[in-house]
Design a protein around this ligand. Structure first.
Ligand SMILES: Nc1nc2c(c(=O)[nH]1)N[C@H]1C(S)=C(S)[C@@H](COP(=O)(O)OP(=O)(O)OC[C@H]3O[C@@H](n4cnc5c(=O)[nH]c(N)nc54)[C@H](O)[C@@H]3O)O[C@H]1N2
Ligand SMILES: Nc1nc2c(c(=O)[nH]1)N[C@H]1C(S)=C(S)[C@@H](COP(=O)(O)OP(=O)(O)OC[C@H]3O[C@@H](n4cnc5c(=O)[nH]c(N)nc54)[C@H](O)[C@@H]3O)O[C@H]1N2
Ligand code: SF4
Ligand SMILES: [Mo]
Length: 722
């Protein structure tokens, strides 16, 4: 080695890009990344990696990633120093609150917050300091039904059981595509490998999905289900188990008889008539789930839909009455080293303490449904006049995003904590960019709690932060202090002390007080972390309900049954019609609305097309590859269509998070990413009745040929020619 050349080193880190939380092995020479691979000895992820993990280096190197704060001057952003930026942010937000009251500033927390330790330990101090009822997050365009059901049945919003894939005989996946998403509310790194093992043990995978997804393609059985009708299918499964005397409810299950009555009219025949899933298949599946170890998991497809809460409830009931909740091979609760539930680091949840102004939708766990965000910004008496977004892109990711975009432009103040200028943050008055995934320490407070194996892993920042950069926890600390200063209020001492402690210190203290007596230093000495073993039965001790029983029929949930019953005739008519329903999809190389700056991920065949069944195309006189107009109740857009027998007849599919072609959006170094913004078609007035979660799947749409309709004008504004 020549003098001055640095040595090659190998480091182990956690990938924070998705819920799988893979342990990675990085080879470095100085600041140069030589390779990124899955860490073969990691006790949780066992060597798994996906293309996004490799693309961490693209994020790190992305010239469009902000490394210093910027403020708006006219139509431009100009770099400013941190003191000025934090002062300006506090002045803007406090100014709005002083003129219009505390609730006039809204906070929106996006998905990357759960993937950053600093955001978890310090980030929530910001909305607390603002003290506004208008707190929103990506949760209500994602997983709110899971939390509401867990809270109602198990007594805590985060008591979310996960499939014990490593021991089960039967895995049933409903509305989730882990071959692309790598799993959700279920940290299951190396899903493909774990599935292979399940098969070699003689186990089976059954998938229910309106599209023959990458996961359905490797399943033993796939049933097409018409979007939005799963609740009837899942309730029919419960019905069969109870009607055929197959139930083996544990002693801690309360309300089996009430459940029997509640589901008595949800027969497999009824389910077939609305969903398209054969009654006989439903009976067979119910009997198999009741006959041995089985784990049913339902995610996005059955959460972000009209009956999301009923779907999640039915799944939990099915697991409880078949004896599959809390047993090896069923669905289980984790025993994380840092127990965010048991230690009260996350609250149990509560419903209806706040309500939204215009529509009166109830809040859950301190948040209001994000579908009301735009309407609360409208009109002369608008409740919301200022906005803070932290790691989010609601213009792209929430219903009727374009309308929200227009409202945001008119706000008195908009502050963003975000490393990129995206469709939303482009409107900000000031942007405070935190460090990236390779520049910060990490511990998975959330995802260890949802993991298929109990492990504990500390991930030290791969690179030190640059002199002019700030971590998100430092930004949160400084902004909270500045908010108090501008307002002339005092932050209580215990809160101040907590803010001053780094995430590392906070986690170290938490680890030291665990049963295992862990510490950051001890975890650092074990690349990949320590293995704390397979999931173990935890009930009834783990329950946090008042009577320490599982409530099988919580009224807040069962109240939704009347709505479902009333909708059945319409669902049946719709199932027999030619009407189209729009659903979403994820691709392995996408990450919601971001990471389209990565050349590694965006190269190759475009993947933004509307997928449509060939028969549905023919019926409309549309050819594969044509430009079509897709019209929903709220909007219309144009996109190229691709014929695919993998979508059910009557169903079309678009990915979300595309369509970055708005002025000012900095996606500079990437190849042009074609596509449209799916959420221009979704409707904020369509929310799930109990939780207020947005309905993003099963959107009624009309598709017509756009060939020849002002071709030229369109090719220009949709980028269809790229
Ligand atoms: N590569 C990649 N990975 C990701 C993400 C990403 O954008 N890209 N995003 C991450 C995030 S934030 C999340 S929350 C998770 C989500 O993880 P998943 O829940 O696995 O998400 P999707 O891939 O959207 O899968 C939803 C499935 O539901 C189906 N579906 C739609 N409507 C219905 C319906 O009415 N009934 C039924 N039964 N199915 C329906 C769709 O066809 C789709 O296959 O993925 C995470 N991982
Ligand atoms: N139609 C439709 N809409 C959907 C979905 C769908 O399936 N279909 N999925 C929904 C789901 S599951 C989710 S989770 C939401 C996601 O919705 P959002 O969280 O609003 O959006 P993201 O696309 O995840 O964008 C997050 C932004 O955070 C920024 N960012 C990246 N890393 C960091 C970081 O470390 N710190 C900070 N502060 N910022 C960072 C990036 O600029 C990025 O644009 O979208 C939802 N919207
Ligand atoms: S599966 Fe998720 S955690 Fe694993 S490497 Fe890919 S993006 Fe990272
Ligand atoms: Mo999500």
């Amino acid at each position: 080695m020549a003098a001055g050349e640095s040595a090659e080193v190998t480091r182990h880190i956690t990938c924070v890009l998705c819920e799988a939380s893979c342990g990675l092995e990085v080879r470095l020479r100085g600041e140069e990344i030589l390779s990124i691979k899955g860490h073969a000895d990691d006790p949780l992820s066992r060597g798994h990696i996906c293309p996004k993990g490799v693309a961490l280096q693209d994020i790190h190197a992305d010239p469009d990633r902000l490394r210093r704060p910027v403020k708006r001057v006219g139509d431009e952003f100009v770099e400013i120093g941190w003191d000025e930026a934090i002062g300006l942010a506090a002045e803007l937000l406090v100014g709005v609150q002083q003129r219009h009251g505390r609730d006039a500033v809204a906070t929106y927390l996006g998905n990357p917050n759960v993937h950053s330790l600093g955001a978890l330990t310090h980030g929530t101090a910001i909305p607390r300091a603002l003290g506004s009822k208008h707190v929103f997050s990506a949760t209500s365009v994602d997983q709110l039904p899971h939390h509401v059901v867990a809270w109602a049945m198990y007594g805590h919003q985060f008591l979310l059981p996960v499939p014990d894939i490593d021991r089960t005989k039967l895995l049933v996946l409903v509305g989730t595509n882990p071959m692309a998403s790598n799993g959700s509310l279920w940290t299951v790194p190396d899903f493909p490998g774990r599935l292979r093992e399940l098969r070699s043990r003689g186990g089976r995978l059954v998938v229910l999905d309106p599209r023959r997804t990458e996961t359905a393609a490797v399943a033993d059985e796939h049933h097409f289900v018409r979007p939005g009708t799963d609740a009837v299918v899942l309730l029919a499964l419960v019905h069969v188990v109870l009607a055929e005397g197959l139930a083996r409810p544990p002693a801690w299950a309360d309300g089996v008889e009430q459940l029997r009555v509640a589901v008595s009219d949800f027969t497999p025949e009824l389910a077939e008539s609305v969903s398209g899933v054969a009654a006989e298949s439903i009976r067979r599946l119910a009997r198999r789930i009741a006959s041995g170890s089985a784990a049913v998991h339902g995610r996005m497809g059955v959460s972000t839909q009209e009956f999301g809460v009923l779907c999640q409830w039915a799944i939990q009931c099915l697991m409880v009455i078949t004896g599959n909740l809390d047993r090896p091979g069923g669905t289980m609760f984790t025993t994380p080293a840092v127990d965010i539930v048991g230690r009260g680091l996350v609250g149990r949840g509560h419903r209806g303490r706040t309500v939204s102004g215009v529509r009166g939708l109830p809040g859950f766990a301190g948040e209001l449904p994000v579908s009301v965000l735009a309407e609360e910004m409208e009109g002369p008496a608008a409740a919301i006049r200022g906005l803070l977004t932290v790691g989010g892109n609601p213009v792209s990711s929430t219903p009727a995003g374009s309308r929200l975009s227009d409202r945001i432009v008119g706000l008195d103040a908009y502050v963003a904590i975000d490393p990129w200028i995206n469709e939303t943050t482009r409107h900000a008055h000031v942007i405070l960019p935190p460090t990236g995934p390779l520049e910060r320490d990490h511990y998975d407070l959330i995802f260890h709690t949802l993991a298929v194996r109990n492990t504990a892993r500390w991930s030290k920042a791969l690179f030190p932060r640059g002199e002019h950069q700030r971590h998100d926890w430092e930004i949160a600390r400084d902004l909270v202090l500045a908010l108090h200063q501008w307002r002339g209020t005092r932050l209580p001492l215990h809160r101040r002390v907590r803010l001053m402690a780094s995430p590392r210190l906070t986690i170290d203290a938490l680890l030291r007080s665990t049963r295992q007596g862990l510490s950051v230093r001890r975890l650092s000495r074990t690349p990949g972390g320590v293995d704390l073993g397979p999931l173990e039965p935890r009930l009834p001790e783990r329950l946090m309900t008042e009577n320490s029983l599982v409530d099988l029929t919580p009224p807040v949930v069962t109240s939704g049954l009347a709505t479902l019953r009333a909708r059945v005739p319409e669902l049946r008519t719709a199932a027999a019609s030619d009407d189209l329903l729009l659903i979403g999809r994820r691709h392995q190389r996408d990450n919601n609305s971001w990471m389209h700056n990565s050349p590694r991920l965006t190269k190759g065949r475009p993947r933004h097309h509307l997928l449509m069944h060939p028969d549905d195309l023919t019926a409309r006189g549309v050819a594969d590859g044509d430009l079509v107009t897709v019209t929903s109740e709220v909007s219309s857009l144009r996109v190229e269509v691709r014929a695919s027998a993998d979508v059910m007849r009557g169903v079309v599919s678009l990915p979300h998070g595309y369509g970055h072609r708005r002025p000012g959006v900095r996606l500079g170094n990437a190849v042009e990413v074609p596509g449209v913004t799916m959420n221009d078609l979704t409707d904020p007035s369509r929310v799930e009745g109990v939780s207020g979660n947005a309905v993003l799947n099963g959107i009624p749409v009309v598709v017509t040929s756009a060939v020849g309709v002002d071709d030229v004008a369109h090719a220009l504004d949709s980028g269809a020619s790229h």
